[in-house]
Design a protein around this ligand. Structure first.
Ligand SMILES: Cc1cc2nc3c(=O)[nH]c(=O)nc-3n(C[C@H](O)[C@H](O)[C@H](O)COP(=O)(O)OP(=O)(O)OC[C@H]3O[C@@H](n4cnc5c(N)ncnc54)[C@H](O)[C@@H]3O)c2cc1C
Length: 510
């Protein structure tokens, strides 16, 4: 067993966006930082892979709040990566297209004005509901000070002092402002972004996420991994390090508490503080369940994770299928928020479809990706197998046959929308909940980590500080998921070490 002798100010476990942003923020303040990543590739859900000379995103497909001056733009600017990013702005009049079961389709335009304008045209009798929806989105966002890069101010209404704000259901709100079923479906049509479920999803989740996409939706040219690479480059410039193939499996303690973490390959990394960028259930396992309160362990056990997904990746023949500068959310069922608990006979009822941009993007797409909800139970029979680029015990033929079957089901559904698509396909690839489990390290390949449920909202609240004095958490489970959510989570974590007011001011004026 080798032992790295250096004692880092911070050892960060996991190189997802939350871990990397935390690392850079701390390194910018002169702290020594080591990031440990289990995989061959850094970035967590920002990882990409390549087939047929096309780059495919495994997770992130588009990112919001990237217009100049918006919150994520400011965070990226402050950490110094903005100039390294090759971003592709999505269509102004349509960044998301909602296609309903009857084949009708409706545009979501960027910016509240454009969004309303498009919907007023399609739903002239629903002007009031559209306005109410937009006003409520903005009102709810104003209750989250950090989301607006503001300090908590008790004089202003906020979710901290009024936690009941968190219990408004997204579905209840929308069905209260309009009885027009089509309108309801269109307003909530990009629910894949947060795995919208009519029984559970809170309105604040809809607001924080939809608002961010209305404030500047962009895709990353040739993949989102460039964000992780830019953060790694920045970290190195600041003297920090990222080590791959370092899966943390345990912690070392003395009478003072946790002093080091140990990794699967037998290395030990000493630190003054530890930040876990992995799911809270994995965090307690790494640091020793016996070190946490039984009540906390029980709470973690009872928390439900969001559903997982099946992704279909198609490489396309040259000049055969149009490049779509918007995503398509296509539904085969009437209630768009009834797709998470899908019927496996008629799966997939809901598809997120996108054509990722590549360098020198022209009018034609070179690839197409489709995301469909899939529960882990569908792949449970292969759960004892493990497969990543660096570690693989293979998966058997029955798994590959299952994947082929599912690929075919999705392609058939795609043909209902794009009748000629099959002839444009060059290669077919896919990933399942097992892929996400193995690459991200969650138990069930969950899309967005711990689910926010209006019925149990307070128990899903995670804190950056754990019971162990020098062990902290960051990432999508802290505030909310997504690149924006996990970046804001990194700020929350770093406020334990850096002056909150100063940091917010510096980010705002970056
Ligand atoms: C299919 C899919 C589509 C998505 N689409 C979008 C989108 O379009 N836009 C958007 O904004 N968001 C999207 N998201 C959500 C977004 O990607 C995540 O919320 C966000 O990236 C999570 O970041 P994180 O910081 O929590 O870390 P994660 O990305 O979860 O990364 C955690 C890291 O920790 C590592 N790790 C785990 N265990 C260990 C260990 N023991 N030792 C060392 N390392 C370990 C993992 O390998 C991983 O690199 C999508 C997610 C998925 C899965």
């Amino acid at each position: 067993m080798s032992t790295a002798s250096k004692i880092y100010d911070f050892v960060i476990i996991g190189s997802g966006i939350g871990g990397l942003i935390s690392a850079v923020l701390l390194a910018m303040e002169g702290k020594s930082v080591m990031v440990l990543e289990k995989n061959h590739q850094i970035g967590g859900s920002l990882q990409v892979f390549s087939r047929d000379k096309r780059v495919f995103d495994t997770g992130v497909h588009y990112i919001g709040s990237l217009d100049e001056g918006e919150n994520l733009y400011q965070i990226f600017k402050y950490v110094g990566i903005l100039d390294d990013l090759n971003m592709y702005r999505m269509g102004d009049d349509c960044y998301d297209l909602i296609r309903l079961a009857d084949g009708s389709s409706f545009k979501h335009g960027q910016g509240y004005e454009q969004f309303k304008k498009g919907l007023y045209t399609d739903f002239p009798d629903e002007k009031e509901a559209i306005d109410q929806f937009c006003d409520k989105l903005q009102e709810y966002c104003s209750y989250f000070p950090l989301y607006n890069l503001e300090m908590y101010d008790p004089a202003k209404k906020n979710y901290i002092d009024s936690p009941d704000l968190l219990t408004l259901s997204g579905w209840d709100f929308v069905t209260s402002i309009t009885s027009n079923k089509k309108m309801q479906s269109v307003l909530l049509g990009n629910g894949h972004l947060y795995a919208g479920d009519y029984k559970r999803t809170p309105f604040f989740v809809v607001a924080l996420i939809m608002n961010s996409y209305l404030k500047g939706s962009y895709r990353m040219v040739d993949g989102g991994s460039q964000i992780a690479k830019a953060l790694q480059k920045r970290l190195r410039q600041l003297g920090g390090e990222v080590l791959k193939h370092q899966e943390v499996i345990g912690a070392v303690s003395d009478e003072q508490g946790i002093v080091a973490v140990s990794t699967k390959v037998g290395d030990i990394f000493h630190g003054k503080n530890f930040i876990s960028n992995v799911h809270p259930r994995q965090t307690v396992k790494m640091f020793g369940e016996e070190r946490f309160r039984p009540a906390y362990m029980k709470r973690l056990e009872n928390l439900k994770d969001t559903v997982s997904s099946f992704m279909l990746y198609l490489s396309l023949e040259e000049d055969r299928f149009p490049f779509l500068n918007h995503n398509v959310y296509a539904y085969a069922n009437d209630n768009v928020w009834d797709s998470v608990e899908y019927n496996s006979e008629t799966w997939p009822q809901a598809m997120f479809i996108c054509t990722p941009p590549s360098k020198n993007q022209n009018d034609f797409a070179t690839s197409l990706s489709v995301m469909c909800y899939m529960d882990f139970s569908e792949v449970k029979r292969w759960e004892s197998s493990f497969n990543t680029v660096s570690i693989s015990d293979g998966r058997d033929e029955t798994y590959h046959a299952f994947k082929k079957r599912k690929e075919e089901q999705v392609i058939c559904k795609l043909e209902e929308i794009y009748p000629d698509i099959r002839s444009a396909i060059k290669g077919v690839y896919s990933s399942t909940p097992l892929t996400y489990r193995d690459y991200i390290g969650t138990e069930n390949g969950s899309l967005y980590g711990i689910e926010k449920d209006v019925n149990t909202i307070m128990i899903s609240k995670m804190h950056a500080k754990t019971k162990l004095p020098n062990v902290y958490q960051t990432g999508q489970n802290l505030v909310f998921h997504g690149i924006l959510g996990a970046s804001i989570g990194a700020l929350v974590t770093c406020f334990h070490f850096l002056d909150e007011k100063e940091l917010i001011e510096r980010i705002k004026s970056a």
